[in-house]
Design a protein around this ligand. Structure first.
Ligand code: AVI
Length: 320
Protein backbone atom coordinates (compact mmCIF):
# COMPACT_ATOMS: atom_id res chain seq x y z
CA UNK A 1 0.00 0.00 0.00
CA UNK A 2 1.05 3.61 -0.57
CA UNK A 3 2.04 5.12 2.78
CA UNK A 4 3.04 8.43 1.20
CA UNK A 5 -0.29 10.08 2.00
CA UNK A 6 1.05 13.64 2.23
CA UNK A 7 2.50 13.53 -1.28
CA UNK A 8 -0.73 12.47 -2.85
CA UNK A 9 -3.40 14.41 -1.00
CA UNK A 10 -5.89 16.94 -2.30
CA UNK A 11 -8.99 16.52 -4.42
CA UNK A 12 -10.97 13.49 -3.39
CA UNK A 13 -8.67 12.76 -0.43
CA UNK A 14 -9.89 15.85 1.40
CA UNK A 15 -13.46 14.53 1.39
CA UNK A 16 -12.49 10.95 2.20
CA UNK A 17 -15.30 9.37 4.15
CA UNK A 18 -16.95 6.11 5.10
CA UNK A 19 -19.39 6.67 2.24
CA UNK A 20 -16.52 6.92 -0.25
CA UNK A 21 -14.84 3.81 1.12
CA UNK A 22 -18.17 1.96 0.86
CA UNK A 23 -18.61 3.20 -2.72
CA UNK A 24 -15.11 2.04 -3.71
CA UNK A 25 -15.55 -1.32 -2.01
CA UNK A 26 -18.90 -1.86 -3.77
CA UNK A 27 -17.30 -1.00 -7.10
CA UNK A 28 -14.45 -3.47 -6.61
CA UNK A 29 -16.83 -6.27 -5.63
CA UNK A 30 -19.17 -5.66 -8.59
CA UNK A 31 -19.52 -7.93 -11.63
CA UNK A 32 -17.78 -6.57 -13.58
CA UNK A 33 -15.76 -4.45 -11.17
CA UNK A 34 -16.11 -0.73 -11.87
CA UNK A 35 -15.06 2.56 -10.34
CA UNK A 36 -16.56 6.08 -10.56
CA UNK A 37 -14.12 8.11 -12.70
CA UNK A 38 -13.87 10.84 -10.03
CA UNK A 39 -11.30 8.60 -8.26
CA UNK A 40 -8.91 9.17 -11.19
CA UNK A 41 -8.40 12.75 -9.97
CA UNK A 42 -6.17 12.82 -6.92
CA UNK A 43 -3.34 15.37 -7.08
CA UNK A 44 -1.14 13.26 -9.37
CA UNK A 45 -4.15 12.17 -11.46
CA UNK A 46 -5.13 15.80 -12.04
CA UNK A 47 -1.57 16.61 -13.14
CA UNK A 48 -1.53 13.60 -15.45
CA UNK A 49 -4.84 14.70 -16.94
CA UNK A 50 -3.48 18.23 -17.48
CA UNK A 51 -0.43 16.71 -19.18
CA UNK A 52 -2.35 14.36 -21.45
CA UNK A 53 -4.36 17.34 -22.71
CA UNK A 54 -1.09 18.49 -24.35
CA UNK A 55 -0.62 15.23 -26.30
CA UNK A 56 -0.90 15.35 -30.09
CA UNK A 57 -3.27 12.37 -29.94
CA UNK A 58 -5.62 14.01 -27.41
CA UNK A 59 -7.34 16.45 -29.80
CA UNK A 60 -10.38 17.58 -27.65
CA UNK A 61 -8.65 20.33 -25.63
CA UNK A 62 -6.94 22.13 -28.49
CA UNK A 63 -9.86 21.61 -30.89
CA UNK A 64 -12.34 23.12 -28.45
CA UNK A 65 -10.00 26.07 -27.81
CA UNK A 66 -9.77 26.66 -31.58
CA UNK A 67 -13.58 26.63 -31.87
CA UNK A 68 -13.87 29.17 -29.03
CA UNK A 69 -11.29 31.39 -30.78
CA UNK A 70 -12.83 31.12 -34.24
CA UNK A 71 -16.43 31.68 -33.11
CA UNK A 72 -16.03 33.95 -30.09
CA UNK A 73 -18.14 36.75 -31.58
CA UNK A 74 -20.95 34.37 -32.65
CA UNK A 75 -20.86 32.81 -29.19
CA UNK A 76 -21.13 36.25 -27.60
CA UNK A 77 -24.07 37.14 -29.88
CA UNK A 78 -25.88 33.92 -28.96
CA UNK A 79 -25.27 34.36 -25.23
CA UNK A 80 -26.12 38.07 -25.16
CA UNK A 81 -24.39 40.68 -22.98
CA UNK A 82 -24.34 40.84 -19.19
CA UNK A 83 -24.91 37.16 -18.47
CA UNK A 84 -24.43 35.51 -15.10
CA UNK A 85 -21.73 33.08 -16.19
CA UNK A 86 -21.82 29.84 -14.17
CA UNK A 87 -18.63 27.87 -14.85
CA UNK A 88 -19.12 24.18 -14.01
CA UNK A 89 -15.83 22.46 -13.14
CA UNK A 90 -14.00 25.76 -13.37
CA UNK A 91 -10.55 24.50 -12.24
CA UNK A 92 -8.11 27.35 -12.91
CA UNK A 93 -10.93 29.35 -14.62
CA UNK A 94 -8.78 29.79 -17.75
CA UNK A 95 -11.38 28.65 -20.31
CA UNK A 96 -14.04 31.02 -19.02
CA UNK A 97 -11.54 33.86 -18.70
CA UNK A 98 -10.62 33.48 -22.37
CA UNK A 99 -14.26 34.43 -23.15
CA UNK A 100 -14.60 37.34 -20.67
CA UNK A 101 -13.55 39.84 -23.34
CA UNK A 102 -16.45 38.99 -25.66
CA UNK A 103 -19.04 37.70 -23.19
CA UNK A 104 -18.69 40.62 -20.76
CA UNK A 105 -20.48 38.76 -17.94
CA UNK A 106 -21.88 40.84 -15.07
CA UNK A 107 -21.34 38.07 -12.55
CA UNK A 108 -18.97 35.09 -12.74
CA UNK A 109 -19.72 32.01 -10.61
CA UNK A 110 -16.92 29.42 -10.54
CA UNK A 111 -18.00 25.99 -9.30
CA UNK A 112 -15.54 23.19 -8.62
CA UNK A 113 -15.19 20.27 -6.25
CA UNK A 114 -11.86 21.69 -5.04
CA UNK A 115 -12.78 24.92 -3.19
CA UNK A 116 -9.24 25.90 -2.09
CA UNK A 117 -7.81 25.71 -5.58
CA UNK A 118 -10.76 27.72 -6.84
CA UNK A 119 -10.42 30.52 -4.31
CA UNK A 120 -6.77 31.14 -5.35
CA UNK A 121 -7.75 31.19 -9.03
CA UNK A 122 -10.61 33.59 -8.34
CA UNK A 123 -8.48 35.98 -6.25
CA UNK A 124 -6.13 36.37 -9.20
CA UNK A 125 -9.01 36.73 -11.66
CA UNK A 126 -10.80 39.34 -9.55
CA UNK A 127 -7.74 41.59 -9.53
CA UNK A 128 -7.58 41.43 -13.37
CA UNK A 129 -11.34 41.99 -13.81
CA UNK A 130 -12.46 44.25 -10.94
CA UNK A 131 -15.79 45.11 -12.65
CA UNK A 132 -17.11 41.56 -12.72
CA UNK A 133 -18.73 40.34 -9.52
CA UNK A 134 -17.32 36.89 -8.63
CA UNK A 135 -18.45 33.96 -6.48
CA UNK A 136 -16.52 30.75 -5.75
CA UNK A 137 -18.50 27.60 -4.91
CA UNK A 138 -16.86 24.35 -3.73
CA UNK A 139 -19.47 21.80 -4.77
CA UNK A 140 -19.78 18.36 -6.37
CA UNK A 141 -22.37 19.72 -8.82
CA UNK A 142 -22.68 16.35 -10.63
CA UNK A 143 -25.24 15.45 -7.94
CA UNK A 144 -27.17 18.72 -8.34
CA UNK A 145 -26.19 22.38 -8.41
CA UNK A 146 -27.01 24.67 -5.49
CA UNK A 147 -26.63 28.37 -6.24
CA UNK A 148 -26.74 30.81 -3.31
CA UNK A 149 -29.14 33.78 -3.26
CA UNK A 150 -26.41 36.26 -4.19
CA UNK A 151 -26.39 34.74 -7.71
CA UNK A 152 -29.00 36.62 -9.78
CA UNK A 153 -31.77 34.36 -11.07
CA UNK A 154 -32.04 35.94 -14.52
CA UNK A 155 -29.89 35.48 -17.61
CA UNK A 156 -27.81 32.60 -16.25
CA UNK A 157 -25.38 31.09 -18.75
CA UNK A 158 -24.13 27.63 -17.73
CA UNK A 159 -20.67 26.93 -19.14
CA UNK A 160 -19.70 23.25 -19.30
CA UNK A 161 -16.72 22.80 -21.64
CA UNK A 162 -14.16 20.01 -22.15
CA UNK A 163 -16.63 17.26 -23.07
CA UNK A 164 -17.12 16.57 -19.37
CA UNK A 165 -20.73 15.73 -20.20
CA UNK A 166 -19.31 12.67 -22.00
CA UNK A 167 -18.25 11.11 -18.70
CA UNK A 168 -21.92 10.75 -17.69
CA UNK A 169 -23.89 7.74 -18.92
CA UNK A 170 -27.07 8.55 -20.89
CA UNK A 171 -29.42 8.54 -17.87
CA UNK A 172 -27.09 10.63 -15.72
CA UNK A 173 -26.48 13.08 -18.58
CA UNK A 174 -30.24 13.53 -18.93
CA UNK A 175 -30.66 13.95 -15.16
CA UNK A 176 -27.79 16.43 -15.03
CA UNK A 177 -29.10 18.59 -17.89
CA UNK A 178 -32.66 18.52 -16.52
CA UNK A 179 -31.30 19.60 -13.13
CA UNK A 180 -29.47 22.52 -14.75
CA UNK A 181 -32.66 23.45 -16.55
CA UNK A 182 -34.37 23.60 -13.15
CA UNK A 183 -31.58 25.67 -11.52
CA UNK A 184 -31.64 28.01 -14.50
CA UNK A 185 -34.21 30.53 -13.36
CA UNK A 186 -35.49 32.92 -16.02
CA UNK A 187 -33.96 32.89 -19.54
CA UNK A 188 -31.16 30.44 -18.85
CA UNK A 189 -28.80 29.28 -21.54
CA UNK A 190 -26.09 26.69 -21.87
CA UNK A 191 -22.69 26.67 -23.56
CA UNK A 192 -21.48 23.12 -23.87
CA UNK A 193 -18.28 21.58 -25.32
CA UNK A 194 -18.88 18.03 -26.56
CA UNK A 195 -16.72 15.46 -28.32
CA UNK A 196 -18.16 13.97 -31.52
CA UNK A 197 -18.18 10.48 -33.05
CA UNK A 198 -15.35 10.01 -35.55
CA UNK A 199 -13.09 7.29 -36.99
CA UNK A 200 -12.32 4.72 -34.27
CA UNK A 201 -8.56 4.98 -35.01
CA UNK A 202 -8.55 8.65 -34.00
CA UNK A 203 -10.58 7.95 -30.86
CA UNK A 204 -8.52 4.92 -29.84
CA UNK A 205 -5.23 6.82 -30.22
CA UNK A 206 -6.57 9.71 -28.10
CA UNK A 207 -7.19 7.33 -25.19
CA UNK A 208 -4.15 5.06 -25.69
CA UNK A 209 -1.33 7.41 -26.61
CA UNK A 210 2.19 6.46 -27.64
CA UNK A 211 3.85 8.08 -24.60
CA UNK A 212 1.66 6.15 -22.18
CA UNK A 213 0.35 9.22 -20.34
CA UNK A 214 -3.27 8.02 -20.50
CA UNK A 215 -2.12 4.61 -19.26
CA UNK A 216 -0.38 6.30 -16.30
CA UNK A 217 -3.52 8.40 -15.65
CA UNK A 218 -5.64 5.24 -15.56
CA UNK A 219 -3.16 3.12 -13.53
CA UNK A 220 -2.73 5.92 -10.98
CA UNK A 221 -6.31 5.14 -9.92
CA UNK A 222 -4.94 2.04 -8.18
CA UNK A 223 -2.50 4.10 -6.13
CA UNK A 224 -5.38 6.37 -5.16
CA UNK A 225 -7.49 3.36 -4.12
CA UNK A 226 -4.59 2.05 -2.04
CA UNK A 227 -4.51 5.36 -0.23
CA UNK A 228 -8.26 5.89 0.16
CA UNK A 229 -9.26 2.32 0.96
CA UNK A 230 -5.94 0.98 2.30
CA UNK A 231 -6.07 -1.63 -0.46
CA UNK A 232 -2.94 -3.48 -1.60
CA UNK A 233 -3.04 -3.18 -5.41
CA UNK A 234 0.34 -3.71 -7.08
CA UNK A 235 0.21 -1.37 -10.08
CA UNK A 236 2.59 -3.67 -11.98
CA UNK A 237 -0.07 -6.42 -12.01
CA UNK A 238 -2.35 -4.26 -14.18
CA UNK A 239 -2.45 -2.86 -17.67
CA UNK A 240 -4.35 -0.01 -19.35
CA UNK A 241 -7.01 -0.94 -21.93
CA UNK A 242 -9.00 1.66 -23.90
CA UNK A 243 -11.17 1.24 -26.98
CA UNK A 244 -14.14 2.76 -28.79
CA UNK A 245 -17.32 0.74 -28.25
CA UNK A 246 -19.20 1.67 -31.43
CA UNK A 247 -22.49 0.18 -30.31
CA UNK A 248 -22.56 2.32 -27.16
CA UNK A 249 -20.84 5.26 -28.82
CA UNK A 250 -18.31 5.54 -26.02
CA UNK A 251 -14.66 5.13 -25.26
CA UNK A 252 -14.22 2.64 -22.45
CA UNK A 253 -11.19 2.67 -20.19
CA UNK A 254 -10.42 -0.42 -18.16
CA UNK A 255 -7.63 -1.78 -15.99
CA UNK A 256 -6.91 -5.41 -16.87
CA UNK A 257 -5.18 -7.92 -14.59
CA UNK A 258 -1.92 -9.21 -16.15
CA UNK A 259 -2.14 -12.36 -14.01
CA UNK A 260 -4.40 -13.82 -11.34
CA UNK A 261 -4.29 -11.49 -8.33
CA UNK A 262 -5.80 -11.22 -4.88
CA UNK A 263 -6.52 -7.66 -3.76
CA UNK A 264 -7.19 -7.05 -0.07
CA UNK A 265 -8.55 -4.09 1.87
CA UNK A 266 -9.87 -3.74 5.43
CA UNK A 267 -12.99 -5.88 5.77
CA UNK A 268 -12.89 -7.50 2.32
CA UNK A 269 -10.90 -8.82 -0.65
CA UNK A 270 -11.38 -9.85 -4.26
CA UNK A 271 -9.69 -12.32 -6.60
CA UNK A 272 -9.22 -11.18 -10.19
CA UNK A 273 -8.52 -13.81 -12.85
CA UNK A 274 -5.86 -13.10 -15.48
CA UNK A 275 -7.49 -10.80 -18.09
CA UNK A 276 -10.30 -9.68 -15.77
CA UNK A 277 -11.04 -5.96 -15.85
CA UNK A 278 -12.10 -3.00 -13.75
CA UNK A 279 -14.13 -0.50 -15.81
CA UNK A 280 -12.71 2.90 -14.83
CA UNK A 281 -14.25 5.44 -17.24
CA UNK A 282 -16.66 5.87 -20.13
CA UNK A 283 -16.38 8.84 -22.45
CA UNK A 284 -19.49 9.17 -24.61
CA UNK A 285 -19.19 10.60 -28.11
CA UNK A 286 -22.17 12.38 -29.66
CA UNK A 287 -23.45 13.22 -33.11
CA UNK A 288 -25.16 16.52 -33.78
CA UNK A 289 -28.49 14.65 -33.82
CA UNK A 290 -27.91 12.61 -30.65
CA UNK A 291 -26.81 15.71 -28.76
CA UNK A 292 -29.82 17.72 -29.93
CA UNK A 293 -32.13 14.87 -28.88
CA UNK A 294 -30.52 14.70 -25.44
CA UNK A 295 -30.77 18.46 -24.92
CA UNK A 296 -34.38 18.61 -26.08
CA UNK A 297 -35.39 15.70 -23.87
CA UNK A 298 -33.92 17.63 -20.91
CA UNK A 299 -35.83 20.84 -21.72
CA UNK A 300 -33.14 22.74 -23.67
CA UNK A 301 -33.54 24.11 -27.22
CA UNK A 302 -30.25 24.03 -29.14
CA UNK A 303 -29.79 27.33 -31.01
CA UNK A 304 -26.23 27.12 -32.39
CA UNK A 305 -23.74 24.38 -33.19
CA UNK A 306 -20.13 25.32 -33.95
CA UNK A 307 -17.53 22.80 -34.97
CA UNK A 308 -13.94 22.60 -36.29
CA UNK A 309 -13.19 22.00 -39.98
CA UNK A 310 -12.78 18.24 -39.43
CA UNK A 311 -16.03 18.03 -37.43
CA UNK A 312 -14.28 16.38 -34.46
CA UNK A 313 -15.64 18.50 -31.61
CA UNK A 314 -18.64 20.77 -31.08
CA UNK A 315 -19.53 23.80 -29.01
CA UNK A 316 -23.27 24.08 -28.60
CA UNK A 317 -25.47 26.89 -27.33
CA UNK A 318 -28.96 26.08 -26.05
CA UNK A 319 -31.79 28.02 -24.37
CA UNK A 320 -34.60 27.09 -22.06
C1 AVI B 1 -12.41 14.81 -18.41
N1 AVI B 1 -12.87 14.02 -19.53
C2 AVI B 1 -13.72 14.81 -20.42
C3 AVI B 1 -11.80 13.30 -20.26
C4 AVI B 1 -12.38 12.51 -21.46
O1 AVI B 1 -11.87 12.66 -22.55
O2 AVI B 1 -13.34 11.77 -21.24
C5 AVI B 1 -11.05 12.36 -19.33
C6 AVI B 1 -10.00 11.53 -20.03
N2 AVI B 1 -9.83 10.25 -19.91
C7 AVI B 1 -8.82 9.84 -20.63
N3 AVI B 1 -8.31 10.87 -21.27
C8 AVI B 1 -9.04 11.96 -20.88
Amino acid sequence: ADDCANDQGGGIAAGQSDAERAEISRGLLGSPAQMPPKYLYDTLGSKLFESLCLLPEYYPTRTEAAIFRAHRHDIARAAGPGAVLVDLGAGNCAKAESLFGVLAPRHYVAVDISADFLRDALDRLQSCHPDIRMTALGQDFSQGLHLPQEVPADNRLFFYPGSSLGNFGPDDAHRFLSGLRQSGGRQASLLLGVDLVKEPEVLNAAYDDALGLTAAFNLNLLRNLNRLLKADFDVRDWTHVAFFNEQKSRIEMHLQARRAVLVRWPGSSRRFAEGERIHTESSYKYTRASLAALLESAGWQPTDFWTDPAGWFAVVHART
